[in-house]
Ligand binder design. Sequence first.
Ligand code: SAM
Length: 238
Amino acid sequence: MSINIENLYKKYDRSFIYENMMGPNSIIILEELLSEIELNKKMRILDLGCGRGLTSVFLAKEYGVQVFAVDLWTSPSENFERFRQQGLDDLIIPIYADALNLPFAEKYFDAVISVDSYHYFGNNDTYFKKNLKPLIKDNGIIAIAFPGMKCEVHENIPEEMKPFWDTESLEMWQSIKWWKNKFSDYLSYFKIEEMQCFDSAWNEWLSTSNPYAIGDRDMMKTDGGKYMNLIKITGRVK
Ligand SMILES: C[S@@+](CC[C@H](N)C(=O)[O-])C[C@H]1O[C@@H](n2cnc3c(N)ncnc32)[C@H](O)[C@@H]1O
């Protein structure tokens, strides 16, 4: 299963994706995140922090999996309407929930997939072990991607980035070294890597007329590929 950017808009309506992006193009990120992962239609997937559901749509459409599309800031009714319009409302269940208090049975999911949201709630030593791992079956799939930093900058913030990086962002955007031990003890086949799709996913977002995207343009130009990255984490629950 592979949809590269050239083929993306042959299959997906550009305006649907552009209207529903909430950050770097999550379908591009998801495609790379899943490049070494096999999903099948018998699986029940948690799409954690799904936003407006682009990744849920992709998962249901491309793999025929059942998706629980969980988000805190986006209305589940609006997501339901989007899923209905895509003809996917029988496969995707929109749920309003806080990732810190997920309303699911233990070992309920075959996989958790999370794009550009984990850093908001999982940026500590306990979240994965206490809140998320219990909900995933033994040997279940973990595939998580989020923005981070190429190196540790927190003790020595580059002068040019100071106008753009506030304290809250700096707590969320961490390096691979910082994230590694949040997962390493709990996953087999554990991998944490910088993603290749950084430019393409960000350029898509920056070209939209979303006010947040317009606000991000100067930051990304100033960064110029020096500090920020996208990080992916994959593995199987031990
Ligand atoms: C930048 S948006 C990305 C949305 C989507 N994954 C995408 O890539 O288009 C971050 C998402 O994280 C979700 N989020 C942040 N904190 C959350 C929490 N505590 N529980 C559930 N979702 C949360 C927000 O609701 C928001 O939709």
